[in-house]
Each structure stands twice: as C-alpha cells, then as structure tokens.
Design a protein around this ligand. Structure first.
Ligand code: PEP
Ligand code: MN
Length: 346
C-alpha cells in the first residue's frame, strides 16, 4: 500500500497515520518531500481493513493498494525520477553520466593511465574490478584490497568517482571504504544476503541485471536493497543469455525503456558486456543515449591486447575518446529531452 498525506501535514499527523498502520502489523517507510509525505506500507496483513481505516483519517489524501510486488522502486511510489548523488555527480538528473575503465584493476600504471584517459574524454566515474567474478577458478581473481588502494590513488589524481564490484557480504564494509558506488555483478543479482547487507552500506549501489533474470526479478532485487534501508540503487542492463551467439550476450535494449516506465530508479547501459566486441560498443552506446538511459558503463583499457580480462570488448583510449566525441550530438538531444521532462516534473 502507498499512503499519500495531504499537503503540509504535520509531524504529529504523519506519526498518527504510521501508528495506525503499525497496529495492523505492517512496517512503514516514509519518503518526506518538502511539501508532501508519502508512506510506503509493507508486510503481511489485512490490506483491506488497513486501507479502509487509514483512508478514513482526515490527514490522508489517498491510500492505494499496489499491485506490483516491488513497491518502493515502482513509479507508483515515486512518479518522478530519483537522482542519485555520488562523488558530487547526480545520476538520473540532467547529465548523461559515463563510467569507464578497465574490467580489472591490474597494476598502478594501467589504472592511472586508464583514469587519466577516461577523465580527459569526459567520463565522471572510473570503473575497475578489484574483486572479480570469473567463470574459471584458474583465471585472475582480482587484486582485492591492493586494487581498491590503486583505485583510491586514481581518484586522488583525477577526481573521478569510483565504481567497483563487491562480491560478498563479508567485503561490503571494506569496499564501501574506497568506492563511491558499489557494483553488484550479474552473477550476484540474486545474492540475497549481499543485497540485504547493501541496505546498510551507506553508498549507492549499481545493480547489474542477471544474465538469466527477468526485468521483474531485477526490480525485486533492487527492492531488497531499498527495503533494507538504502534507496540509492542504479540499475544496469548488461545483456542477457539467449540462443544468439554472434554477441557475448544479447542486449535487451528495450529493458531500458521498460524500466523507465516501471521504476523511478536511474538506469544505465553496459554496452561492453552486452556485446563482448569492441567494434559494437559505439553503436550500442548511441542506442543507449537514444533510448533514454541515464548513462553508460564502458570497459576501457590503455592496452586491451594485454588486458587480463575482457580485452576483446575493451576500447583503447583513442577509441574511447572518439566514441565520446561521436556521442556529443546524441547527448545534446538527450539533454534537451531531459530538461523538458525535469521542467514538467516540478
Ligand atoms: C564487469 O563489470 O566486469 C562484470 C563482471 O560485469 P557483469 O557482472 O555484468 O558480468
Ligand atoms: Mn568485465
């Protein structure tokens, strides 16, 4: 259920409504705007009785039953886009945000060159895995904390925000000490213990769609993080498994538009894992801008032929710079569309 309070309700009135809801054994989560307060109600109980009781309270404007199971992340809960701030940059706002960097943090020279190059080209975040989820246990598993320290060094040198993967609930605190955004990889989208821990991590979360997950499952995983206390979730389409073998994954580009209809959370596109081929990354990135993604996360390596992971899909720095230049007219159209949307929302 979602309860919308009347404009300028007082603290006491809000508390009275929350108290009444709790009497039905539900939990409440309120979102408090400057003028209006919206209360989300979750749990198991007698919905009809609770709804009727709350609707009868004079300070309540509207009480609605929500049909979707992902209440907090749904458009019904919050009709306008959520903007998520990390390292001074708003994702989901009036800026198309590009995150870029290597698949894995390998050594100081590699990450510094990548960071300087992507910053010069206009990226706002440096990506790079210090904990790597690899299909083979014999493949490079990441530099772990040493990698996080290198990312911190790159941040200090460039000012870029850091987005890096956390694979286990045990490491959330450690990674949150270095990262501006915690990435949850496709393979961990339904690691519920991890999702619960992220509720208290104090950092925005970049949640990648599982390779065999539906859009609804992605939203349910986002709901886990939000329901456990962290509203700052950014969703990422990174391609799914299909019968097609021409690309590493099949980019469900429509998922971006579908998510924009269903949720207020920002949505970004990963054209690197979606294709597996660097030659396809610029075209898919343009599609991401055109379909209304809030940004991109792109793999970029100073020497892709030497990369320890995902070299084939990584752009080198000149190619990344060229792609960013080619994206400019598309991003200009995106900005015009977004500005009118934001103006209409106030
Ligand atoms: C990555 O970003 O390098 C990665 C492992 O991505 P995904 O979880 O989408 O496969
Ligand atoms: Mn990768």
């Amino acid at each position: 259920m979602i309860i919308s309070m009347k404009l300028h309700s007082t603290r006491e009135e809000i508390d009275q409504v929350c108290e009444r809801i709790r009497e039905f054994n539900y939990k409440v989560h309120s979102i408090e705007g400057e003028e209006r307060v919206v209360i989300g109600v979750v749990g198991m109980g007698d919905v009809t009785a609770c709804l009727e009781s709350v609707e009868a309270m004079p300070q309540v404007e509207k009480a609605v039953r929500i049909s979707v199971p992902y209440k907090f992340v749904s458009k019904e809960f919050r009709p306008h886009r959520s903007q998520i701030r990390a390292n001074g940059v708003d994702i989901g706002g009036d800026e198309f945000v590009v995150m870029a960097g290597p698949c894995s943090v390998e050594n100081e020279k590699q990450i510094m060159q990548a960071a300087e190059g992507v910053a010069r080209a206009g990226a706002k975040f440096l990506r790079g895995g210090a904990f790597k989820p690899r299909t083979s246990p014999y493949d490079f598993q990441g530099l772990e904390e040493e990698g996080l320290k290198l990312l911190a060094k790159a941040k200090a040198a460039t000012g870029l925000g850091i987005v890096t993967e956390v694979m286990s609930d045990r490491d959330v605190e450690l990674v949150a000490g270095y990262a501006d955004i915690l990435q949850i990889g496709a393979r961990n989208m339904q690691n519920f213990a991890l999702l619960k821990t992220l509720g208290k991590c104090g950092r925005p979360v970049l949640l990648k769609r599982g390779m065999s997950s539906t859009i609804k499952e992605l939203l349910m995983s986002a709901e886990y993080v939000v329901a456990h206390g962290n509203p700052d979730v950014i969703l990422c389409e990174r391609g799914i498994r299909t019968f097609e073998t021409a690309t590493r994954n099949t980019c469900d580009i429509t998922a971006v538009a579908v998510l924009n209809e269903l949720t207020h959370l920002p949505v970004i596109l990963d054209p690197s894992h979606a294709t597996g081929k660097r030659s396809l990354v610029p075209a898919l990135s343009r599609a991401g801008v055109a379909i209304g993604a809030d940004g991109l996360i792109v793999e970029v390596h100073p020497a892709p032929e030497k990369a320890v992971s995902d070299g084939a899909q990584s752009l080198d720095l000149p190619r990344f710079q060229a792609m960013m230049n080619e994206l400019k007219p598309y991003v200009a159209l995106w900005s015009t569309a977004r500005a009118s949307e934001l103006a209409a929302a106030v």
